[in-house]
Ligand binder design. Structure first.
Ligand code: NAP
Length: 247
């Protein structure tokens, strides 16, 4: 079991990629904290699924753009499991709009959730990792940060910000034994990509060398690997998992 005895916080774990990261990390032996914002039913389902298999779970409702709530989540995690070893910053929203159509409040909300949310969660979870001189941070970026995809201005800006933060933090935290990496998924089969109609999906398939969308497991497998001892010498990397899309 690659993550036996570790404790992992996964933001946005009620659905999609975050849900699968929580499942895969629990199966690898970790205690998992399932964070979500609004979809209580889906979050409860993940909790029940994992608990039925004997895994340790803490459910925490709170928006990542709320620093106070994220601090409470970190405190509740330490109280229940005794520490924080892994933080997966997965929560995010897609604003599928050209810049010309993007309203100031939409721009602000996307930055608050996708980028300031990552800052909030890292700030509030760092102390236990620093004290232990060991930790893993995995940020979920996007292929949108690597190549300009029209219609994703605010979204791509936040994901490019995550890449910058990942590189800086990998150096700031290396002395504490903490690795920081980002995964840049291409198109993955979740609710986020279910908004594309058949024509758009076909257009995207044609752009991807492997000619298909990825699955949440493709991202979760790498998150588990990076969080384990096997990933101990990898830090500061932006790893594309995209069927070759960004090449
Ligand atoms: P998804 O299916 O839409 O799920 C999003 C998850 O994030 C849900 O659990 C949602 O919880 C949670 N969430 C949203 N806003 C939140 C907030 N303010 N605070 C806490 N949780 C919040 O998305 P996904 O496709 O799995 O994407 C997950 C991550 O991967 C995102 O960062 C996304 O940008 C990135 N990504 C996805 C793709 C893709 O093709 N799917 C590609 C590249 C990158 P509630 O429902 O409870 O609000």
């Amino acid at each position: 079991m690659l993550l036996k005895g570790k404790t992992a916080i996964i933001t946005g774990a009620s659905r999609g990629i975050g849900r699968q990261v929580a499942i895969s990390m629990a199966e690898a032996g970790a205690n998992v904290v399932i964070n979500y914002r609004s979809d209580s039913k889906s979050a409860e389902d993940v909790k029940e699924l994992l608990e039925s298999k004997g895994h340790n779970v803490l459910l925490f409702q709170g928006s990542v753009d709320d620093m106070e709530a994220m601090t409470q989540m970190a405190n509740a995690t330490v109280e229940k499991f005794g520490g924080i070893d892994i933080l997966v910053n997965n929560a995010g929203i897609l604003l599928p709009k050209f810049l010309m159509m993007t309203k100031p409040d939409e721009w602000e909300q996307t930055l608050n959730i996708n980028l300031t949310g990552v800052y909030n969660c890292i700030k509030s979870s760092l102390r236990p990792m620093i004290e232990k001189r060991c930790g893993r941070i995995v940020n979920i970026s996007s292929v949108a940060s690597l190549s300009g995809i029209p219609g994703q201005a605010a979204y791509a800006t936040t994901k490019a910000g995550i890449n910058g933060l990942t590189r800086v933090l990998s150096k700031e935290l290396a002395g504490f034994g903490i690795t920081v990496n980002a995964l840049a998924p291409g198109f993955i089969e979740t609710d986020m990509t279910a908004i594309f109609n058949e024509k758009k999906t076909k257009e995207y398939y044609d752009m991807i060398p492997l000619k298909k969308f990825g699955k949440p497991e493709d991202i979760a497998n790498m998150a588990v690997f990076l969080s384990s001892d096997q990933g101990q010498y990898i830090t500061g990397q932006i790893i594309a998992i995209d069927g070759g899309l960004s090449v």
